[in-house]
Design a protein around this ligand. Structure first.
Ligand code: NAD
Length: 530
């Protein structure tokens, strides 16, 4: 694959799956970089960006880190409805020239952007660490991913030669072709858990295909968005081609309700995504909404599994980023005959995962995102106690006094009955539900019987079981026998990431070969040659 060669560096790159690499030099480097980042970036005053200009029209708000609830990340502006309107207008004005520039020139500009993103990857990683409470490795993985993401979409544009396809001729003297063309302004709305990667991925998809963009990041993650905006400016993106409006649901609503929006790229919860889909398509004609939404991702552990590997993969996917990944494994189906042995492996592996301040190199689990998540955890634990049992974890973690303003929970395994809410609803918490089975087919049917269909995993050394899983699991991303993660760890160009059922609406995935055409509409052109 072209375009994914990274600049020479002494320090290792972090993918979500390279678990065996010695990251000591990287941690040593971060030990020096962290205080410098805090002094340079945190606590600043940050504005929006409309038509290449700093914009302060709106209401200011302050964000604190979930790590301790006290560290101030910065002061930002929730854009007013008028500011959103001006941002859409700027993007509309910028569209003709951006489109006319041609895909080759856009690819060149986006490749320059990717290099700048790479150069600023430690700022992106540390912003995510403080905004989301990500461990160092999770944050670095996200920052490393964005380079490959932008490069991959550029590769795809080149591979398809700008999506111009010659067609057949009925008459010898006619020239025919199909061309995919951009639509106009895309509203790009991102969630909190991957503050850089998702904003960048969706924006890159829209931009490389010739659309212009108004970005609306998650309210608490505006710092990352501001760094992303700065990298675009540094790459020479023309004024108005990308605009940034911060704020929460109100700003997002003003954006998706604006008649100048030609399409929406959204990543977030099922509830918000479906609301936006219905709203945008209530108009006189359909407009694309590329919505990637939640998940309830099962893993299956059969009697023919390597149980140590299964325990590691399940724990990493269930508890990495505190279970706050759309692809987090949140229910595990285990063959009854290996239930006790698997549970012991899982307990032992989980005991090695340290909870604490994500600034520290040894931390695997940081805090859950906010008070609402902590409340959900408490309620879920009550539900598990009432109609099931807690096999390990199940309470707030002991953390030092300086972290008391954060919400830290022990990674938790609960056993529940068939149909329990914890086997069906997305929790987005460090909470894993366990079910046992005597028949893999029935377990897979049960795992499929949910609203979602994002990711699923299996551990088995039996080819027939594996084949059955691959053919029957209803999810867009399937994994087998992965120690680095049962259901998590998709990487651009390596695992396309398509949400089935309530996990997505377009039946095509991000990170994969069918992503870009969703940002374009087809036109056939017939020109008579005589
Ligand atoms: P969320 O739905 O609460 O918010 C997502 C974004 O939508 C935010 O920017 C928010 O401000 C905005 N928003 C909220 N209401 C809006 C409205 N009425 N109109 C327009 N915009 C509005 O999601 P979240 O809590 O930030 O993120 C977690 C969710 O995202 C989980 O469900 C997770 O599974 C999902 N997610 C999915 C993927 C994927 O690729 N499928 C990736 C990451 C996260």
């Amino acid at each position: 694959m072209t375009g994914t060669t990274v600049p020479a560096a002494d320090l290792p790159r972090v993918t979500y799956a390279n678990t065996g690499v010695d990251l000591t030099p990287l941690h040593d480097f971060l030990d020096t970089r962290l205080p410098e980042f805090k002094a340079r970036i945190l606590g600043g005053t940050y504005t929006n960006c409309i038509n290449g200009q700093s914009d302060t029209d709106g209401t200011s708000f302050t964000v604190h880190s979930p790590i301790d609830g006290v560290t101030e990340l910065g002061s930002f502006i929730a854009a007013s409805e008028q500011a959103v309107g001006r941002a859409v207008g700027a993007a509309q004005d910028a569209f003709p020239a951006w489109n006319a520039m041609g895909w080759e020139a856009r690819v060149a500009l986006l490749r320059a952007w990717a290099k700048i993103l790479y150069a600023r990857k430690y700022d992106l990683a540390l912003a995510a660490l403080f905004e989301v409470g990500k461990s160092r490795v999770e944050a670095l993985g996200e920052a490393d991913e964005v380079f490959d993401m932008v490069s991959y979409y550029c590769d795809e544009m080149e591979r398809h030669k700008g999506y111009v396809t010659p067609l057949n001729r009925v008459f010898p003297h006619e020239s025919t072709l199909s061309i995919l063309r951009p639509l106009g302004v895309f509203g790009v709305i991102s969630p909190f858990n991957y503050p850089a990667a998702l904003l960048i991925g969706m924006s890159a998809g829209a931009l490389v295909t010739g659309n212009t963009v108004v970005m609306k990041p998650s309210e608490g993650c505006t710092l990352s968005a501001r760094i992303v905006m700065d990298t675009l400016t540094a790459a020479g993106i023309p004024a108005g081609v990308v605009n940034l409006v911060a704020g929460g649901a109100r700003t997002g609503a003003a954006l998706v309700e604006h008649p100048g929006i030609a399409g929406v790229a959204f990543t977030g919860s099922y509830r918000t995504g479906m609301h936006i889909l219905r709203l945008v398509n209530a108009g006189p004609y359909a407009r694309p909404v590329i919505a990637e939404m939640g998940g309830k991702n099962p893993a299956y552990v059969t009697a023919n599994a390597d149980l140590a590997k299964a325990a590691q993969g399940v724990a990493r996917s269930a508890f990495g980023l505190q279970g706050q990944k759309c692809s987090a494994c949140s229910v595990v189906y285990v063959d009854e005959t290996v239930r006790d042995a698997f549970t012991e492996h899982l307990r032992a592996y989980t005991a090695t995962l340290l909870i604490g301040n994500p600034e520290r190199r040894e931390t695997f689990l940081g805090p859950v995102y906010n008070g609402a998540a902590a409340h959900r955890m408490t309620q879920a634990l009550d539900a598990a106690r009432g109609q099931g049992s807690i096999l390990f974890g199940g309470k707030r973690a002991d953390v030092p006094a300086d972290l008391q303003g954060g919400h830290y929970f022990e990674p938790t395994l609960v056993a529940v009955e068939k149909g329990h809410a914890l086997t069906r609803d997305e929790q987005f918490l460090p909470l894993l539900a366990l079910r046992t089975f005597t028949c893999l087919e029935s377990a897979i049917a049960e795992g499929n019987d949910v609203l979602y269909g994002l990711a699923a995993g299996i551990y088995t050394e039996d080819a027939t079981e594996l084949e059955y899983f691959l053919n029957r699991a209803e999810a867009g991303a399937l994994y087998a026998n992965r120690a680095s993660g049962a259901t998590t760890g998709a990487w651009p160009g390596v695992q396309s990431f398509c949400g089935w059922k309530g996990s997505g609406v377009t039946l095509k995935g991000g990170l994969g070969p069918h992503y870009l055409p969703q940002f374009m509409r087809e036109q056939s052109r017939t020109v008579m040659e005589d």
